[in-house]
Each structure stands twice: as structure tokens, then as C-alpha cells.
Design a protein. Structure first.
Length: 353
């Protein structure tokens, strides 16, 4: 595998990598003396998105010739810290993680750097600390795409609920800020009701229920992740609002993730759009960059050969921003944003075995 931005280097040691990986059960693949040993900490295993990431990880480890050990930090930074200690004792040469609290992970990153263990983060970017590469999509673009879709469908007027993730996470902040900024700039006639949920589906459902009771004229919902999908559909059904887009009572719903259930719900007219976050490519390129670090390779900002762009987000920190398309029922263009049809076979959510 080759990136157009790769610069081979045998020079100084590569800085630690944080790989923001999914959530899953702990496990180990067979190890041998001729295959590099890497660790992956899954951040949680209570969503379809992260369970898909968990499925892909060992497949790509095998493809890349890596021995793999895994843990699950269950959305708890203290457990992630303890898991990092376990990986150190096991002698891993690289570690992929997905810290959900992007500020509190800094001391762990410093310790891994001191041990010369390369780190890649997946899906999230640490607020401080050194990592080899961040593998994620442009999360500001998530918020902007959701805004443009809802703004177009609502013709620039009305009320929408934004079910935010955790604002302690760079993802929650990026999606929230971008959605709000886009609405203020392009659709000032739309009122946004922001609700913090801490990525908790039960909290999201309760707050949506309260908002729909207080504001029966709400016409749009932006869920920052598929964690809120089931609860949102239940609330809309209870309110008599789970109707097709041709019905005047329809509430337009946009999600983020691109899991199979979202794609099915779009085709059925229950929700209207999602942004497909690449669970398969997160696993693939997290491990790719761990191997590259151990091979002494370095990278620079620019286009890659896998439809992404490496950007420098701050001094010494690079981020490979993978493609994450808007997905709709008709594959149309909304507010200048093109989309793929929910049935498109290029979407990972349509290719799970």
C-alpha cells in the first residue's frame, strides 16, 4: 500500500500514535516472532458503529501482517489508562486508541511516548499530546452537511433539535460548532435547540420527547451519532410523527455514522439522511499507520491515494481526514453538498456480512 504523501525515513524515532478505535470485547490474535505486536483499545461496544469497527480490526491486522492484542475501555478514560499499562507490559510496539475524553488522555500519551510506543488515534483527536497520526473524518463537515440538508428541506425556516454528543470530545464540539455556524450563516430563520446527551441514547430520547412536547412545531432533528437512532424513532412514533416524507407531519431526521440500520431507515422513509463515517477505513488506516510508524515512515500534509487529505492540525500533529459522504434517499445535492443514495454499494454499511 502506498500514499502519495509518504516520505520514507529511517531517521529519528517516530512520535507516539493514538489510534481511536472502536468498542469491542477484549481479545488476542496469535503472535509470532516475525510479526509486529500492536494493541488496539476499543472505546466502547454499545453501538453498531463501534461493533462494526471491532469486526474490521482483526481482518485488517491479518491483512497487514500484524499480531494483535485488544482491550475495551468502555467509554472510561480511567480504564483506558489501565489498559495502556497492560499493553506496555505486553510489549506492544504500537497502540491504536479512541479516547472519548480528548483532554484527559494527555498523561497516558506522554507515558507511551516515553516508552517509544507509537500511537494512532481513530475517530477523535487528543486536545494535547503527541501522536503519530490521527485517523478520522472531518467532523466539522459532518455538522455542515447536516445543516445544509435540513436547511434545504425546511426552506430556511422552522425549528430543529440537535442531539449533541459529548462536548468533552473533539467530535461533539466540532459537529456542534459547525452545525450552529452553518445555520447562523446560511439559514438564520431556523432556530436550533441544542441538547447535550453525552452520547447516551436514553438521555437523547428523553430530551427529544421534552422538546417535541414544548415545541410541537419542530420539523427537524440532527442526531450527532446513530446512538440516538432507536430512541428518536420511538419518540417520533409515540408522537404520531413517524410518517413518510410526503406527509406534512414528517420530521426530517439526519444522523451520523452510516450503519446498516440507518441506511435501511432512509430507504423506508423513517429518517432522511446520514453522513457515512467509515468504520472499515478507520480500522484499515489506523493499523496501516501503526505499521508505517514501526517501519520508520513519515508523512506530510496533502492528498493521499485513498480519497483523503492529510492536514496539519497543530505543530507536530497530522490528521488523515477520510472521506465521509452525505447519504440520502435520492442521491441529490443539498445546499451545494452532493450525496450518495442509501442503496449505493460503495457504502460500508451495505457490505457487512
Amino acid at each position: 500500500m502506498r500514499l502519495t504523501t509518504v516520505l520514507c525515513s529511517t531517521a529519528s524515532a517516530v512520535s507516539a500514535l493514538v489510534l481511536l478505535s472502536a468498542c469491542s470485547s477484549s481479545g488476542t490474535t496469535a503472535t509470532s516472532s516475525d510479526t509486529p505486536l500492536v494493541g488496539v483499545d476499543y472505546p466502547r461496544s454499545d453501538t453498531d458503529f463501534w461493533n462494526s469497527y471491532i469486526k474490521y480490526t482483526p481482518e485488517y491486522a491479518k491483512e497487514l501482517g500484524l499480531s494483535l492484542k485488544t482491550t475495551n475501555s468502555q467509554n472510561d478514560v480511567a480504564k483506558l489508562t489501565a489498559n495502556a499499562q497492560t499493553f506496555i507490559s505486553q510489549g506492544v510496539k504500537g497502540l491504536a486508541m479512541a479516547p472519548q475524553d480528548t483532554a484527559a488522555i494527555a498523561p497516558t500519551l506522554a507515558q507511551l511516548e516515553a516508552k517509544k510506543i507509537s500511537v494512532v488515534t481513530v475517530d477523535t483527536r487528543p486536545d494535547s499530546g503527541k501522536v503519530y497520526m490521527v485517523v478520522r473524518a472531518d467532523n466539522r463537515a459532518y455538522g455542515e452537511k447536516a445543516c445544509q440538508y435540513l436547511g434545504t428541506k425546511l426552506a430556511g425556516k422552522g425549528k430543529v433539535v440537535m442531539l449533541q454528543g459529548d462536548l468533552a470530545s473533539i467530535n461533539g464540539r466540532d459537529r456542534t460548532e459547525a452545525f450552529n455556524d452553518c445555520m447562523k450563516k446560511n439559514y438564520p430563520g431556523i432556530t436550533v435547540l441544542g441538547e447535550a446527551t453525552n452520547w447516551d441514547g436514553a438521555v437523547a430520547a428523553q430530551k427529544l420527547q421534552t422538546d417535541l412536547t414544548a415545541h410541537p412545531d419542530i420539523k427537524g432533528v440532527y442526531m450527532q451519532s446513530s446512538f440516538a437512532l432507536s430512541g428518536t424513532l420511538q419518540v417520533l412514533k409515540q408522537k404520531g410523527l413517524l410518517v413518510g416524507p410526503e406527509d406534512a407531519k414528517h420530521v426530517f431526521v439526519v444522523s451520523n455514522d452510516g450503519i446498516p440500520e440507518e441506511l435501511k431507515s432512509i430507504a423506508e422513509g423513517k429518517i432522511d439522511a446520514t453522513v457515512s463515517q467509515p468504520a472499515d477505513l478507520y480500522a484499515k488506516y489506523a493499523l496501516y499507520y501503526l505499521k508505517a510508524a514501526m517501519d520508520g515512515k513519515t508523512f506530510k500534509p496533502g492528498k493521499t491515494d485513498h480519497d483523503s487529505t492529510i492536514v496539519q492540525v497543530r505543530d507536530g500533529l497530522l490528521e488523515d481526514q477520510l472521506a465521509a459522504p452525505l447519504v440520502t434517499a435520492d442521491g441529490g445535492t443539498y445546499g451545494g453538498v452532493p450525496s450518495l443514495k442509501s442503496t449505493d454499494t460503495s457504502l460500508w454499511g451495505n457490505n457487512l456480512g
